[in-house]
Ligand binder design. Structure first.
Ligand code: PMP
Length: 353
C-alpha cells in the first residue's frame, strides 16, 4: 500500500440492480412500468431551456410547496433531494452522530450499511423473525438512531402504523427515520405522526409510484427543526442538488392526483394476480405490500432460476446470501410482462434443489 493510501476514505459501495441497455423484461429494480403523469411530458416539451443558463432555485421552492400541500404539512417540514438515496445519505450524515450504534433490520435496504460504514457510524443489525417481520422490542434499547423501511425491502412486508409508532415512542431521544419508498402501494404513512413526534423523519420518493426513477426526486418530511438541520448540512455540501427539469417535472407529477392513484391501483391489482399465479406454480410468496414480490420455490435453486430467466431476457433481483439465499425479488411489471414471466416459468422444469 502506498503511504498516501492510508489517508484515503475507503468504501465498499452499494451495488444497484443491472440497467441493461438492450430490450429486456426488466423486473429487477422496482421501477414502474407505466409512464409518469402526462403533465410531465408536456412540461418537458414546453421547457424554457434559456432557464438552464441560470442555477436552479436552491430552496426547490415550488416543489417543496407542492409536496407540503399534498401532505398537509408546512413547507418548512419538507426537504427535497436527488432521489431518496440522496435524502437518506444526507439524513445519515446529519442525524446519526452518536457513539452508540444505530439500529436497522438485518435483512433490509443494503445501502444503510454502506452509508454507516462510509460515515463511520457504528451500527447493529436487528434480526427479523422467522416470518421476516420486524421485532419491535429489538428497538427498545440504547442506540444512536433508528432506521427501517416500511414496507421493508426486499421482503415487501408492511408493518402497521401502530407498531411503527411503538418504535418511535420508545426512541424519543434519537432520530427515527422511516424509509417509505414503497408506502404508496401499502397502508398508512408515518407522515401522519410527524406533528406528534419531533424526532421523526419520513423519507419518500418519486421513483416508484410516480414512475420517475430517472428524474431522481426524493423528499423527507419532519419537524421544522429537523428539516432545518438537514438543509444546513445540504447547503454545506452542494446548494444546487435538484436540476431545473426535475423541479418543474416534480411539480407536474404532484398536481395530477388522479393519475397517481390510478397507477397505484393498477400495480396493486397486477401484484395480487401475480401472487396467485406464482403460488399456482409452486412458489411461496411473502405477503408483499410493495411493487415487488419476494419469492422462493421449494424445488428450484434461486441462483439457477435467476440465471435461466436472465438468459431468456427476463431480469429479476437475486442476492444469494444468508437467509435470503433461495429468494428472488420480482418487480411488478405490466400484465403483459408478467404473462411473459409466467410463460417462461411454466416451461421451466429447472435444476432442482
Ligand atoms: N429506499 C429503499 C428501501 C429502496 O428500495 C430504494 C430504491 N432502491 C430507495 C430507498 C432509493 O430510491 P430512490 O433513490 O430512487 O428514491
Amino acid at each position: 500500500m502506498r503511504a498516501y493510501e492510508k489517508n484515503i476514505r475507503k468504501a465498499e459501495p452499494y451495488v444497484p440492480g443491472e440497467q441493461p441497455q438492450n430490450k429486456v423484461i426488466k423486473l429487477n429494480t422496482n421501477e414502474n412500468p407505466y409512464p409518469p403523469a402526462p403533465g410531465v411530458e408536456k412540461a418537458l416539451k414546453e421547457m424554457d431551456t434559456d432557464r438552464f443558463r441560470l442555477y436552479p432555485d436552491p430552496t426547490c421552492g415550488p416543489l417543496v410547496e407542492a409536496l407540503a400541500d399534498f401532505y398537509h404539512v408546512k413547507p418548512e417540514q419538507v426537504f427535497v433531494g436527488v432521489g431518496s438515496d440522496d435524502v437518506l445519505a444526507m439524513c445519515f450524515l446529519t442525524f446519526f452522530n452518536s457513539e452508540k450504534p444505530i439500529l436497522f433490520p438485518d435483512i433490509t435496504y443494503s445501502f444503510y450499511k454502506v452509508w454507516a460504514e462510509l460515515y463511520r457510524i457504528p451500527y447493529e443489525c436487528q434480526k427479523l423473525d422467522a416470518d421476516f417481520r420486524i421485532v419491535k422490542e429489538d428497538y427498545d434499547k440504547e442506540n444512536g438512531g433508528v432506521i427501517f423501511p416500511n414496507p421493508n425491502a426486499p421482503t415487501g412486508i408492511y408493518e402497521e402504523l401502530d407498531m411503527v409508532e411503538d418504535i418511535i415512542r420508545a426512541n424519543q431521544d434519537v432520530v427515527v427515520i422511516i424509509d417509505e419508498a414503497y408506502i404508496d402501494f401499502a397502508g398508512c404513512s408515518a407522515i401522519e405522526l410527524v406533528d406528534k413526534y419531533d424526532n421523526l423523519i419520513v423519507v419518500q420518493t418519486f421513483s416508484k409510484a410516480r414512475s420517475m426513477a430517472g428524474m431522481r426526486i426524493g423528499y423527507a418530511i419532519g419537524s421544522p427543526a429537523l428539516i432545518k438541520y438537514l438543509q444546513d448540512a445540504k447547503y454545506s455540501f452542494n446548494s444546487y442538488t435538484m436540476n431545473q427539469a426535475a423541479l418543474v417535472c416534480g411539480v407536474e407529477s404532484v398536481k395530477d392526483q388522479a393519475y397517481f392513484e390510478e397507477g397505484i391501483r393498477k400495480i396493486i391489482h397486477t401484484r395480487e394476480w401475480a401472487k396467485e399465479e406464482l403460488e399456482k406454480l409452486g412458489f411461496c410468496c411473502l405477503d408483499s405490500d410493495a411493487n415487488f414480490i419476494f419469492v422462493t420455490h421449494p424445488r428450484y435453486d434461486a441462483k439457477r432460476l435467476f440465471e435461466a430467466l436472465k438468459e431468456n431476457g427476463i431480469y429479476v433481483r437475486y442476492w444469494g446470501s444468508g437467509r435470503i439465499k433461495q429468494y428472488l425479488r420480482i418487480t411488478i411489471g405490466t400484465r403483459e410482462e408478467m404473462e411473459e414471466l409466467f410463460k417462461f416459468l411454466k416451461k421451466y422444469k429447472g435444476d432442482c434443489l
